[in-house]
Design a binder for this molecule. Structure first.
Ligand code: ATP
Ligand code: MG
Length: 584
C-alpha cells in the first residue's frame, strides 16, 4: 500500500518526484481538430447508397469493472456516430459471464455514459434478455446438424483444438445423432450434469487456420446465479454465440468493436448465415486507445483498487471515467480528446499530454479564476490603517464576462512563502527585501522585514503598501511581479491534493531499461501530495462539487465530490497551468 505523501509545509520547489520523469511531449499546437474516422465514411456511404435507412449502433460493456478512458473512445464513437447521423445507439450489457458481474458496475457504467453527455435509445438492454432466443437458436443448429454436445473435458478440448501451426482433431462426439444431441442439450439445461462435464459446440472445421472456427463452444455448464436471470439458467452462452445474434435481434447496422475481435468476425458471420436471424449486421474493428503513463484494463484497474494502491475506482489518479470526473475533467474535454485522436485501425500510443491539453483548453476558457495560497505566510501591511477593510471586486474571468467576486483587503493577508526570497536569484520577479510587487487585483506592496524563528523558518513578513496604486501603476517606477494573495481573516482554510501521473514509466509494463516488469512496480509513489492548511479566497466557500477553477498561478482545481465538507474544503488539482513535465 502506498500512502500519500503528506506534507504540511510545502517546499517552494516542486514536491519530490514531480520532475523525476522527463519526456518529450508532443503538444497539439492549435485547438481541437477532428481527426479522421474511417467508420464515419463507411456509415455515410451506407446511408447514401441506401444500404441502410438509418444507423443503429450499440455500446456493449461487460459489467465487470468501471469504465476507463478507452471505453470513452468507444462511447464517443458508438453514441457519437448515431447522434451525428440522426440514428440511435443502444446500451447493452454483455452479461454472459454470471460470476464476475455486479450491480455497482452496472450503475457506474450508466452514470458515466450520461455524464459524458450521451443517452441510449429505449431501455437498458442485457444480452441475458436474449438467453431464451439464443437457446432456441442453439436447438436450431442442433436440428440442422450444425451443433453437437461434446463430452470432452475442458483440458481434452484444448488438446483437440490444435495450435496456430497444427490443425485440430475432430471430437469423438462430433457425429452424435440429432436426437441424442437434443436430448443431452435439454438435460444440460435441466441441470443434470456437472460443470465441465459437457458443452455444446458448433460443427464447423477443426482444420480451419482460424482457431475461432474450430468447432467453438456455444454453451458451457455453470451452476452460478446471474444478476439478471437469477437461478433460471445453469448453462451460459459464449460471448461469440451471443454477440452477433444480439446485434441481429436489435437490428444493429454497424457493430463497431476493437481489433482483437477481427479474428472472430468469420464466426460472427457464420452464426448469422446459419440461423434464422431477423437481420445481418456487420462488424467493423478499430484500434483500441492506449495512453502512455496509464493502464486501460479493467483487470489491472481492479487490482489497483483491491490492493489499496488507490482509494477507489474513482480515485482522481485512476484512468476511469469516474476518476477523471472527480479529478475535474469535463465531459467536453474528454469528447474533444476522442475527436482529436480519431478512429483508425493502426493503433499506437497516445500521449497523455494530449488529454491534458484538452482539459486545459476547456478550463482556460470556462473556469472561474480564484486565488488560493498553498503554503501561506502571514503578511502585515504596517502602514495600512488598523480596522480598515476595502471590498475589492475582481473579474471571474479575464476574457469572458462571468461576473465578479469580492475580496476584502485589510492590514493582514497571506501570500505564498514561495513568493518571498531574502536573497533573490537573478531575474526573480517576486518579493524580496526592498522590492515591490503587485498583489493581484490590489495594491503594490514592498517587503520591509522578514520575521523568522530561531530555526530560520519564515513566520511573517512586514510590508508597506503604496495607497496610490489601486488599479494604476506607481509614479516613476516599474513593478515587475504580480503575486496572488488572500485576506488573512476572511480566507477559508482548505486541503489541496496535488495529483501526478500514477505510473513512473510511459509503458507501465516496462522499466526504464525497457525490461518487462509487473505494472505495480511502476506505481509513482509521489502521485498524491496532500497539502493541509492552505488558504482559499472567501468566494471559494461557495464552490460546488466538481466545479472547476483556475487558482491563479497554481493550476486548475475542483472541489472534491467525496471528501469535501462545508468548513473543511478539499480541492483536487485537475492539471497544472502548463505542461511542466518536460520543462522543469
Ligand atoms: P478491458 O480489457 O478493460 O476489460 P474490455 O474490452 O474487456 O476492456 P468491455 O466492457 O468488453 O471491455 O468493452 C466494451 C466496449 O468498449 C467494447 O466494444 C470494447 O471493444 C471497447 N473498448 C474497451 N477498451 C477499449 C479501448 N482501450 N479503446 C477503445 N475501445 C475499447
Ligand atoms: Mg471484454
Amino acid at each position: 500500500m502506498i500512502s500519500p505523501l503528506y506534507i504540511l509545509a510545502y517546499p517552494c520547489a516542486q514536491p519530490a518526484g514531480v520532475h523525476l520523469f522527463k519526456d518529450i511531449m508532443s503538444k497539439p499546437e492549435s485547438s481541437v481538430t477532428v481527426a479522421a474516422n474511417f467508420l464515419r465514411t463507411i456509415i455515410q456511404e451506407d446511408l447514401e447508397s441506401g444500404k441502410h435507412g438509418s444507423v443503429v449502433t450499440r455500446f456493449p460493456p461487460e459489467p465487470n469493472g468501471y469504465l476507463h478512458i478507452g471505453h470513452a473512445k468507444s462511447i464517443c464513437l458508438n453514441f457519437g456516430m448515431a447522434k451525428e447521423f440522426g440514428g440511435v445507439c443502444h446500451l447493452r450489457f454483455d452479461d454472459t459471464n454470471p460470476e464476475k458481474e455486479e450491480q455497482e458496475y452496472i450503475d457506474s457504467i450508466k452514470d458515466d455514459i450520461h455524464w459524458l453527455g450521451f443517452d441510449w435509445d429505449g431501455p437498458v438492454r442485457y444480452a441475458s434478455d436474449y438467453f431464451e432466443q439464443l437457446y432456441d437458436w442453439a436447438i436450431h443448429l442442433i436440428k440442422t446438424g450444425k451443433a453437437f454436445v461434446c463430452d470432452l473435458s475442458p483440458e481434452e478440448g484444448r488438446e483437440y483444438r490444435g495450435s496456430l501451426t497444427e490443425p485440430g482433431k475432430n471430437s469423438p462426439f462430433r457425429e452424435r445423432s440429432i436426437e441424442e444431441n437434443l436430448d443431452l442439450f435439454q438435460r444440460m439445461r435441466a441441470g443434470e450434469f456437472a460443470e465441465g462435464e459437457r458443452a455444446l459446440r458448433a460443427k464447423i472445421d477443426m482444420a480451419s487456420p482460424n482457431m475461432n472456427m474450430r468447432d467453438p463452444v456455444l454453451y458451457r455448464i455453470r451452476h452460478a446465479e446471474h444478476h439478471q436471470t437469477g437461478d433460471k439458467w445453469c448453462i451460459y452462452p459464449s460471448y461469440d454465440f451471443t454477440h452477433g445474434q444480439s446485434d441481429a435481434i436489435e437490428l444493429i447496422t454497424h457493430s463497431m468493436c476493437t481489433l482483437e475481435f477481427e479474428d472472430h468476425r468469420p464466426l460472427y458471420e457464420w452464426f448469422l448465415d446459419n440461423l434464422p436471424v431477423p437481420a445481418k449486421p456487420r462488424q467493423y474493428e478499430f484500434a483500441r486507445l492506449n495512453l502512455n503513463y496509464t493502464v486501460t484494463s479493467k483487470r489491472k484497474l481492479k487490482q489497483l483498487v483491491d490492493e489499496g494502491h488507490v482509494s477507489a475506482w474513482d480515485d482522481p489518479r485512476m484512468s476511469t471515467i469516474s476518476g477523471f470526473r472527480r479529478r475535474g475533467y469535463t465531459p467536453a474535454s474528454i469528447r474533444n480528446f476522442c475527436d482529436m485522436i480519431g478512429v483508425n485501425r493502426a493503433g499506437g500510443i497516445v500521449d497523455l499530454s494530449m488529454l491534458e491539453f484538452c482539459i486545459r483548453e476547456d478550463l482556460d476558457a470556462n473556469a472561474s479564476r480564484a486565488m488560493c495560497v498553498l503554503n501561506p505566510v502571514r503578511v502585515v501591511i504596517t502602514n495600512y490603517p488598523e480596522g480598515q477593510t476595502e471590498q475589492l471586486e475582481l473579474p471571474r474571468h479575464p476574457k469572458t464576462d462571468m461576473g465578479t467576486r469580492t475580496l476584502p483587503f485589510s492590514r493582514e493577508i497571506y501570500i505564498d512563502a514561495c513568493d518571498y526570497e531574502d536573497e533573490p536569484p537573478k531575474g526573480y520577479k517576486r518579493l524580496s527585501p526592498g522590492v515591490e510587487v503587485r498583489l493581484r487585483g490590489s495594491y503594490v506592496i514592498r517587503a520591509d522585514e522578514a520575521i523568522r524563528d530561531t530555526d530560520g523558518t519564515l513566520l511573517e513578513l512586514r510590508c508597506s503598501y503604496d495607497p496610490d496604486t489601486l488599479g494604476k501603476n506607481p509614479e516613476g517606477r516599474k513593478v515587475k511581479g504580480v503575486i496572488h494573495w488572500v485576506p488573512a481573516a476572511e480566507s477559508v482554510e482548505c486541503e489541496v491534493r496535488l495529483y501526478d501521473r500514477l505510473f513512473k514509466e510511459p509503458n507501465p509494463d516496462k522499466n526504464a531499461e525497457g525490461e518487462d516488469v509487473h505494472f505495480l512496480e511502476n506505481v509513482n509513489p509521489d502521485s498524491l501530495v496532500v497539502l493541509k492548511g492552505c488558504r482559499a479566497e472567501p468566494s471559494l466557500a461557495d464552490a460546488q462539487a466538481g466545479e472547476g477553477f483556475q487558482f491563479e498561478r497554481e493550476g486548475y482545481f475542483c472541489l472534491d465530490s467525496k471528501d469535501s465538507q462545508p468548513g473543511a474544503l478539499v480541492f483536487n488539482r485537475t492539471v497544472t497551468l502548463r505542461d511542466s513535465w518536460g520543462a522543469k
